[in-house]
Design a protein. Structure first.
Length: 223
């Protein structure tokens, strides 16, 4: 999973925004983002849902502002996950949301009406969800998706080690699991990339919100 930062013609870059294109993987179209927070959301959603499809600025909506004038607004993303209703996602910082609420509320109501008509859901994601700690952890996990694919055999071997550690240890940690991992085929070290991949896919659960994870982070559950 890689990112290519590039100025965007439709959006003016400024001191509060980072514009660029996010690559969800080989053969998939690049997804444009207009801020660092949008970038972090794309990293998160592609880790959380491997088969997700995301469209940036998917469609324009027309609504009446406070003055009764018709105007247009385009949502940030349309997120499609197999076997789930599509979701329109807006990315906003909390302080910005408070400052623009008077003008943003009519847009939000129109988006809600549009989603209800389509059978979709609507979600406003803020920096409360994409916290600094959470983003740091997500970015670290995203490194496990770079490079060649990890074979199912390697993943299953790492899962067997995780199940054994979780069942037998009174306080199972990532350090304990690392000591039990099989050796990676490319070197003589434990297969930590497979471990991080399984954490990214939520097959091994740890707390990603309270603190940056370390070798002493406790394993909460194993699928």
């Amino acid at each position: 999973m890689s990112n290519r930062l590039k100025p965007r013609g439709k959006v003016r870059a400024n001191h509060r925004s980072v514009t660029g294109k996010f690559s969800p993987g080989p053969g998939k179209p690049l997804i444009e983002f207009e801020s660092g927070l949008e970038h972090f959301f794309l990293i998160y959603v592609h880790l959380r849902y491997p088969s997700v499809e995301v469209k940036a600025q998917p469609f324009p909506l027309q609504y009446s502002n406070d003055s009764g004038q018709l105007t247009r607004y385009t949502p940030d993303f349309l997120v499609s996950v197999p076997d789930r209703a599509k979701t329109v996602v807006e990315i906003k910082r909390r302080r910005d949301l408070s400052a623009i609420w008077t003008t943003y509320r009519p847009r939000l109501l129109q988006m809600h009406a549009h989603c209800r008509e389509k059978g979709w859901s609507l979600r406003v994601v803020t920096d409360r969800f994409l916290s600094e700690v959470f983003v740091w952890n997500i970015r670290r996990l995203s490194s496990a998706l770079d490079g060649p694919p990890i074979s199912e055999g390697r993943l299953e071997a790492a899962m067997e080690a995780a199940r054994s550690v979780f069942q037998q240890s009174e306080f199972p940690t990532l350090r304990t699991l690392e000591r039990s991992l099989p050796i990676a085929p490319s070197n003589d070290h434990p297969d930590t990339r497979a471990m991080l991949y399984l954490i990214a896919r939520r097959r091994i659960r740890i707390d990603l919100r309270s603190a940056r994870f370390t070798a002493d982070t406790r394993i909460q559950s194993v699928q």
